[in-house]
Design a protein around this ligand. Structure first.
Ligand SMILES: [Zn+2]
Ligand SMILES: [Zn+2]
Length: 114
């Protein structure tokens, strides 16, 4: 059960993003990277490749990527459509200047357990 943190702006501009701060799993598949969503990593991998995660790990086809947010559109990396995304690991938002209002600072606090 990962712990979820929220990152929010102390200037009250409603910037808020929640993240468990853990890297997510990706599968290398035909030159692409498919996200294996939690908690169905194994079944998704099996559906895509016919193999289970253990085999794919041994083949080096499972990679871990940090959760990142685009500072241009404030979307998560997977939803970002920017031509030149400015990507930052969500865990590094803490203490950064707010990407939305550019006045406040980003604070981090516990948001719950998923
Ligand atoms: Zn973007
Ligand atoms: Zn702000």
């Amino acid at each position: 059960m990962p712990i979820i943190y929220k990152y929010y702006c102390n200037a009250g501009c409603h910037f808020l993003i929640k993240s468990h701060g853990l890297p997510f799993m990706c599968l290398k598949l035909d030159g692409r990277e498919e996200i294996l969503p939690h908690p169905i990593e194994n079944s998704r991998a099996k559906k895509l490749t016919g193999k289970n995660l253990d085999e794919l790990f041994k083949e080096g086809r499972i990679i871990f990527k940090p959760n990142r947010i685009c500072l241009e559109c404030l979307q998560r990396e997977k939803n970002c459509k920017c031509e030149r995304p400015k990507l930052l690991e969500i865990s590094k938002l803490k203490g950064a200047t707010c990407p939305k209002c550019r006045k406040g600072k980003i604070l981090k606090s516990l948001a719950g357990v998923s």
